[in-house]
Design a binder for this molecule. Structure first.
Ligand code: AHR
Length: 519
């Protein structure tokens, strides 16, 4: 198993000195271990850009239809067809939202989703079940959702089965202010103001469902598409090329080996954490260990792909470096066929184990903030690693929702270096960031049976006070279901500040975020 890259080892009690037997919130006892963490406030590793907490919504299962979108005539409370409860929950939590796919993007024709809904063509969603897609949810609906929840839109264009003209026309339709036929058509469809979309994906997984190309073949296709993707209005488009599957270096080398001029602003890799064993609510400890082992590999992939990019596409003096994105990540468990039948493709329950996985991923992302420009967990509602699950009029906030809610405090802050004696996927995971007198620390205890008494010392500052929230359940399969929507919700966590250091007790299977005020 590979080790996290950024945490260099000094061992202070990790795995040693069992201090006491503590009693968890649910009354079970677990041995406790002292764990020191050093946070160096002067060693900055990059800004935690809001886009690092991005999300993804695809026309897949019930993510869009039935999840986010219930339609204007639904009995379910809605705002112009958008599920009101989802809008309320997601408002302010989603800095950027990628749509319409995924694999769906490379078979999507944007013109089918504009104009009078009744006249829109019916297509077949060939990647996700061959059902008929009535296109009632299209560009205007997506942009409206983004405006409602305060998200920056990120449109993934069709390269696999589309043409350069189709994609450049979508860009003109969205961003040209007025006076062209396409911008006037947008106005006639109810949106006189341009959408000013900044983020544009030039295809998705073009090594697979986006056309089955090799890296060098895709580079040729990319260049051809990008030639026509221009600044149509006040917004300079940020073009995102398809990056590797996981840490596939050959794809990256072949792409950049065949990239001459007109290079993309971003390069997007995908890295899922598969659960090969049991379904989401039947995970064993071994299933969990195997899934968590992916996070050190994700961290290594970020570091190695960044280094490759910097070698093969050195930072441009005017434009800076090519941005690295992780625009699909998250847990992908074994699906329960009955649940998929009821709730749609790739529906899985989200447990405390999924929340810990989300926090392990976010800690990697925070630690490597300087190497990334965006990440998008897959997906926002009812699909894979979801924030919300819906069933008719019910809308449940998952454990992962709460992880995003309380780690939001890192956004806009400077990530700083952390060191603990713990290295390895099942050890304490830490990330920290600061702004002025505020320090945010996220601690994750993935151990199923050990409480960690974590003592954080701050080099370059002294803590004057702190508050914290924790998400925890002793049962790794505990979830917020439609029957028990509030089984796992954040609680206040007691933190002690003494002599400028901060101490908190993390029970097994827990995630905590500490908000520290410096003296
Ligand atoms: O998120 C589900 C699918 O995973 C996406 O459509 C595709 O891009 C990836 O393989």
């Amino acid at each position: 198993m590979s080790q996290p890259i950024s945490r260099r080892g000094f061992v202070l009690g990790a795995g040693a000195a069992t201090a006491a037997i503590l009693t968890t919130r649910r009354g079970l006892s677990s041995p406790a271990t002292e764990q020191r963490v050093n946070i160096d406030l002067a060693k900055e590793t990059g800004t935690v850009r809001p886009e690092l907490h991005g999300h993804f919504a695809e026309h897949l299962g019930s993510c869009v239809y039935g999840g986010l979108w219930v339609g204007k005539n639904s009995k379910i409370p809605n705002i112009n067809g958008h599920r009101k409860q989802a809008v309320d929950y997601l408002k302010g939590l989603i800095p950027v939202l990628r749509w319409p796919g995924g694999c769906f993007a490379d078979d999507y024709h944007w013109r089918d989703g504009i104009g009078a809904a009744a006249k829109r063509p019916k297509d077949v969603n060939l990647h996700w079940g061959m059902y008929t897609e009535d296109n009632s949810y299209g560009t205007h609906q997506f942009i409206e959702l983004c405006r409602l929840i305060g998200a920056e839109p990120y449109l993934a264009g069709n390269v696999g089965s589309g043409t350069p003209q189709e994609l450049r026309d979508w860009m003109e339709y969205c961003n040209y202010p007025k006076g062209s036929s396409l911008s006037d058509e947008r106005a006639a469809n109810g949106s006189p103001e341009p959408f000013n979309v900044k983020y544009w994906g030039v295809g998705n997984e073009n090594w697979g469902c986006g056309g089955n190309m090799t890296g060098d073949e895709y580079a040729t296709v990319y260049r051809r598409f990008a030639t026509y993707l221009r600044r149509f209005g006040e917004t300079q488009p940020f073009l995102i090329a398809c990056g590797p599957n996981g840490n596939n270096k050959e794809w990256t080398q072949k792409f950049w080996g065949n990239m001459r001029g007109g290079r993309p602003s971003g390069f997007a890799m995908h890295f899922y954490s598969n659960g090969r064993g049991n379904t989401a609510t039947h995970f064993t400890l071994e299933d969990m260990r195997q899934q968590f082992a992916s996070f050190p590999n994700i961290e290594m992939a970020i570091v190695e792909q960044r280094a490759l990019l910097d070698t093969m596409a050195p930072p441009n003096p005017r434009l800076g470096p090519v941005g690295l994105l992780l625009d699909e990540w998250g847990v992908w468990d074994r699906m329960d066929p009955e649940e998929e039948k009821k709730y749609g493709r790739l529906f899985q329950q989200i447990t405390i184990r999924s929340a810990i996985a989300a926090a392990l991923g976010l800690n990697v992302i925070h630690r490597q903030a300087g190497k990334l420009v965006m990440t998008n967990i897959a997906q926002m509602v009812n699909v894979l690693h979801a924030l919300l699950l819906t069933d008719e009029d019910k809308c449940v906030r998952t454990t992962t929702y709460y992880v995003y809610e309380f780690t939001k405090a890192h956004l806009g802050q400077l990530s700083v270096q952390t060191e603990s004696g713990a290295a390895g996927a099942m050890e304490l995971s830490v990330s920290a960031s600061r702004k002025d007198k505020d320090v945010t620390i996220t601690l994750v205890n993935p151990k199923p049976d050990v409480t960690l008494n974590v003592n954080c010392s701050l080099a370059g500052g002294s803590a004057a006070g702190a508050t914290a929230r924790i998400l925890h359940d002793a049962d790794l399969n505990a979830a917020n279901t439609f029957a028990t929507p509030d089984r796992v919700v954040p609680q206040a966590l007691k933190v002690t500040v003494q002599g400028g250091t901060v101490t908190a007790e993390l029970p097994p299977l827990s995630v905590a975020t500490l908000l520290v005020k410096l003296a």
